[in-house]
Design a protein around this ligand. Structure first.
Ligand SMILES: Cc1cc2nc3c(=O)[nH]c(=O)nc-3n(C[C@H](O)[C@H](O)[C@H](O)COP(=O)(O)OP(=O)(O)OC[C@H]3O[C@@H](n4cnc5c(N)ncnc54)[C@H](O)[C@@H]3O)c2cc1C
Length: 422
């Protein structure tokens, strides 16, 4: 076994891992290593627009090498075990990597096995998912070639990344069907959730969108099986135990249930209160693991009680970097992530609703002078052009995104600057 050691080790070089790494390097840290197996990096929010035929999938992808911040060590490997007791991780190619401080940002695992027939359905000609880079273009093929019948859009229960994504593609499909004159389109939303959205102010807007398209929204519908050859999706009704409903579809957009990668779920860092999902237990404000004071987690893998989005990771990164620097300096972590989530919900080709809120569940619009609690053309342009630019050029390089400011980030950024003098 090969033995390595780094002062700060980051597991996962996705959105969250790179954002933290870049901030730590900017703050003067010289021994930061990232373990990341993939040679490709994806800006996943673009996959909604890939599925809608707006951009090619390649626009969402860059070489990982180009994204790793200069000065960070890239260990091109996959972690197979977290061993916080001995301050080390083990990798699939038999490396033992020790650390003084650990940041886990390993993202999410798709639990296809939780719904019999789902994976087979996604590989069949009538179904797709925007949650896979290679499948998102197929979603567009299905929408483009839809000649009428049932277009079924599925939303699972449990924590998933970007919980708005399952309905975004539905609105774009419904808009496309209308504009291209598909007469007999019966768009059905089969959702395990009790309503269209958890924040009443945004739900009010989205309910009007659902009504506008004549979408048949069925809530409390948990997908339990798919029979791809018969093109049937079977739902259990949450409010009527034991009752099942089968919907026959002509096209299906489905989303896998999600949890932490297995090596995270099986580790001492996982939250024992949610054993099936296995996300890492963290203090929701400092993002530090309560059991191991030198371990932080952020992004999709962290068990914060809010939606998992890239925007959340963007706001968590300064807090983690600042708190890590405090702990390195022998102080208590004081930067606080306020639960900020941004969820850009495209409601038509050329229209978007920017949902922003914090742990309090209240809308927290951050763009000055305009009313973002409604569908807007300029917000579509933000989604199409602005956010990708900010992602590649600001978030991944450890800079603050200019207008998505919250008190939490400003405080964290000030703290980071102060602590880096330690
Ligand atoms: C269709 C879709 C639409 C979305 N739309 C939006 C949106 O509009 N707005 C928004 O804010 N967010 C959106 N998101 C969510 C956003 O992409 C994620 O929340 C964000 O990427 C989370 O960052 P992360 O670093 O935690 O995970 P990721 O970016 O997924 O990175 C995790 C990294 O960990 C690595 N990894 C995995 N296993 C191991 C291992 N064993 N060892 C080491 N490394 C490992 C992976 O290779 C990966 O690089 C969307 C996602 C999807 C799929």
């Amino acid at each position: 076994m090969e033995h390595l050691h780094h002062r700060i080790l980051i597991v996962g070089g996705g959105a969250a891992g790179l954002a933290v790494a870049a901030r730590l390097i900017r703050a003067g840290q010289t021994d930061v290593a990232i373990i990341e197996p993939s040679h490709r990096h994806y800006y996943q929010p673009l996959w909604t627009l890939v599925g809608a035929g707006v951009v090619a999938k390649e626009a969402s992808m860059r070489d990982e090498r180009r994204c790793i911040p200069a000065g960070a060590h890239w260990i091109k490997d996959a972690v197979s075990e977290l061993d916080p007791e001995h301050n080390r991780v083990l990798t699939t190619s038999a490396k033992s990597v020790g650390y003084d401080f650990l940041v886990v940002a390993a993202g999410i695992r798709f639990m296809w096995e939780a719904i019999p027939g789902l994976r087979e359905a996604i590989d069949s000609p009538h179904a797709s998912t925007n949650y896979l880079y290679d499948r998102a273009p197929r979603t567009w093929e299905l929408i483009k070639n839809f000649k009428g019948g049932v277009a079924l859009f599925h939303m699972p229960g449990g924590s998933i990344k970007c919980p708005g994504a399952p309905q975004k593609i539905m609105y774009l499909a419904a808009d496309y069907f209308r504009k291209s004159g598909v007469g007999r389109a019966n768009v059905i939303y089969g959702s395990a959730m009790p309503s269209i959205y958890g924040i009443p102010e945004y739900a009010a807007v989205l309910n009007r969108v659902v009504e506008r398209y004549g979408i048949d929204a069925r809530y409390g519908h948990e997908l339990v099986a798919v029979h791809p050859r018969r093109r049937e999706a079977v739902f259990a009704l949450k409010n009527e135990p034991g009752r099942r409903v089968t919907i026959q579809y002509d096209m299906l957009h489905a989303v896998p249930p999600q949890g932490a990668p297995e090596f995270v779920r099986d580790s001492a860092l996982a939250d024992p209160q949610r054993p099936l999902e296995g996300f890492i237990k963290v203090d929701q404000f400092t993002l530090r693991n309560p059991g191991y004071q030198n371990v932080f987690a952020l992004g999709d893998v962290a068990n914060t009680p809010n939606a998992k989005t890239g925007a959340s990771a963007c706001k968590q990164a300064p807090a983690v970097a600042a708190n890590l620097l405090s702990v390195i300096g022998g102080k208590e972590p004081r930067a606080s992530y306020d639960g900020y989530v941004a969820c850009p919900i495209v409601t038509a080709y050329g229209r978007m609703l920017l949902c922003e809120f914090d742990y309090g569940g209240k809308p927290t619009p951050t763009i000055p002078f305009i009313n973002t609690i409604k569908e807007r053309r300029d917000m579509w342009l933000l989604k199409r052009y602005g956010l990708p630019w900010l992602y590649w050029n600001m978030m991944l390089t450890g800079r603050s995104v200019p207008f998505l400011h919250s008190g939490g980030e400003q405080a964290a950024t000030r703290r980071l600057a102060a602590d880096s003098q330690v």
